[in-house]
Design a protein around this ligand. Structure first.
Ligand code: SF4
Length: 218
């Protein structure tokens, strides 16, 4: 079977979208296995290893069968697998609104333009800031979202400087700022954002409020 005809999948399930401008909507999640980063605060280390190799056609069928208008590919890092690009296209062709959560290290240039890319920019507290692929910003448009996960004041100042220096608000109105659960208080983040009049959307990870910080498959 050619490599793009299958994917290693950790889980496929439906729940409420917990983050992004789509937060609160019903969504099918296709979680791929494997990631080439090791963010210090990663909340899905269970997806680093294991998983089941599935034919891409079966992944598509299972994802569509859950019946939500919204489908997200997430990981791990979905773009490490050659089957991800054609799967994204097929989900769009099937009429779904399609999201991909990606680390900011993987090349996003070949993602179908109908897909909403939700791309991290890794702050220093992640330990992976040096892996940001800045050329990816050339492929970020108004439908895409840039996400910062912040663990400290230092991370906040890094985000503030990146937003301003790289003119991120002119690329997309969707700049998302959230805190590492239990490391930085969302209240503090709100006060800093107000003080600096920063054009970001502060968000909570809704699924962690509804269930718990270490809940999986929700
Ligand atoms: S990129 Fe995402 S999945 Fe990979 S280590 Fe970082 S937070 Fe975890």
């Amino acid at each position: 079977m050619p490599k793009e005809d299958s994917l290693v999948i950790h889980e496929i399930y439906a729940s409420i979208q917990g983050e992004s401008t789509f937060a609160g909507l019903r969504c099918t999640f296709v979680r791929t296995t494997g990631c080439n980063l090791r963010c210090s605060w990663c909340d899905t280390p269970q997806a680093f290893y294991g998983g089941t190799r599935m034919a891409r056609a079966d992944v598509l069928t299972q994802a569509l069968a859950l019946g939500t208008p919204l489908v997200e590919l997430t990981g791990g890092e979905p773009l490490l697998q050659p089957g991800t690009l054609p799967l994204l296209r097929e989900l769009c062709d099937a009429g779904r609104t399609v999201l991909i959560e990606t680390s900011g290290e993987a090349d996003v240039s070949r993602v179908d333009p109908r897909v909403h890319k939700i791309m991290d920019l890794k702050a220093p507290g992640s330990g992976e800031s040096h892996r940001n692929r800045w050329s990816n910003l050339d492929h970020i448009g108004a439908r895409d979202e840039l996400k910062f996960v912040l663990a400290s004041r230092h991370d906040y100042e890094w985000m503030r400087d990146v937003v301003r220096a790289r003119g991120l608000a002119s690329r997309t109105p969707h700049l998302l700022a959230s805190t590492v659960f239990g490391a930085l208080s969302p209240r503090e983040l709100v006060s800093w954002v107000m003080e600096d009049a920063l054009p970001v959307r502060v968000q909570l990870q809704m699924h962690k409020v509804i269930w718990s910080a270490d809940a999986t498959g929700v």
